[in-house]
Design a protein around this ligand. Sequence first.
Ligand code: ARG
Length: 559
Amino acid sequence: MDYKLHIAQKLKIEGVSSDEIYQALSLPPNSEMGDYALPCFKFAKVLRMSPVVIAEKLAASFETDETVSNVSSINGYVNFKVNKTSLAAGVIGKILDEGEKYGSSDIGAGKTICIDYSSVNIAKPFHIGHLSTTVIGGSLYKIFKFLGYNVVGINHLGDYGTQFGKLIAAYKHWGDKDEVQKGGIHAINDLYVRFNNEADAEMEKEAREYFRLIECGDKEANELFDWFKQLTLDYVKTIYEKLDITFDSYAGERFYTDKMQPVIEELQDKGLLTESEGAKIVDLEKYGMPPCLILRSDGASLYATRDLAAAVYRKKTYDFYKCLYVVAYQQNLHFKQVFKVLELMGKEWAKDLVHVAYGMVSLEDGAMSTRKGKVVWLEDVISKCVEKAYQIINEKNETLENKKEIADIVGVGAVIFGALYNSKIKDIVFSYDKVLSFEGETSVYVQYTCARANSVLIKSGSEWIFPEGYTPNALESEVIKVLETFPATVSAAADKYEPSYIARYAVDLAQKFNKFYIDCKILTAEGDSKNFRLALTAATLRTLKNALKLLGIGVPEKM
Ligand code: ARG
């Protein structure tokens, strides 16, 4: 049972919903005071009473019961003590009962969420800048599925633009079929970079011609384009596999070629399209934004035009409840414009489009800079992390079996966790040492805690039976209280589009468990204590695994 919910529903405060009360209930810093606390400061205005008086009144009128054994008030806080015995039995029972499903719900049943994420650019490097969109989107995908939503993962490929003309021109001049086939995306990228460095006016002209040929369906140009696209996709899919990322659709920008015209006509019909220096725009001055460019003066469509068509298509195809765009904050204005234009078109569902913006990732050793041609490929970051993980594991425990497999899980997990631990909007500096630390706030620490728990359970050998009526000590209760909040943490992560909530939760739970583990003997305890501690260990391991799984991170049996 959800103890917070139970308390929130029993508390009646005029003009305040039980949901608001639920949100306000917090864990007091010192558990001597209580297990939950309600600060009454924010109700002072509605109730026109001092927080101290409110807290006193609430405490006096609250009837204790099976679950809440004691209520008191102090300095504007109401403190609740729950019945530890029933809390422990309830929480652990639920976790062991539900297993992999603990934390899930069916709140999303019947609703579809589209998530546009990773959205790589064809024939361009898949670099560290794509890390956040890929893992934040990938985690949101798992979180919403866990909550019962139907989720559509969309890779809105950047496969449209004049650069493909350049690429074909470069290939025609310098390319070699076998080399490109073998070198894949790296070879393509080299050709592209070479074009940008060396192309003369003649080659630029050729590039424009090739682009035109792609556009008008020329067979050879399109075959080359499809080949480059395939090579890019083959490559990125190997990385998606490592990161446990999946997509349901790879409909990229090019997919919308024939879907833009109806949107443009609709804009025209609704009187939203105006001309400006030969271009067609939607004027957004009234809304404090620069105009949204729809067609260039040469008639070419733009990134925004394709996003408008894509949103309309997604609504028609998936009838989404929400459509998320996991894209860097640099594109804030772009999405504000696109969403506004759709609203002006009268699409009432424009309110369901959400730009899930995130900050920049740079590497500790020299920021990544595409302009200087110093691109850091994501693949290299992952390999380096796996390699370093191997070294560390080897140093710690040379005789460990399957060190390679374990290093894979640990190294990849560290890359993902490094990008998910902080609130997504923050810029982050990626440091190998930091993400691979056994001590810090890392996936390695959480995985190590799992391995520790696992080893205790294996060593215990026999089956344990949960001791009904057992009253946990303070350290045990601390673990239980964190265990209890997992479902609420998952829904909060979904509400705020913040996988970081789950990452932080995992660290918090691991820390509380380790405190318990260090101070309370498990295997050498006796009777009920031993049984209870083993059950608590199993419940913690299960919950940590569920949490990491939602982030796309695995757990080795041993470390
Ligand atoms: N390919 C784009 C980029 O790398 C991101 C696309 C995001 N999705 C979208 N529907 N605009 O910047």
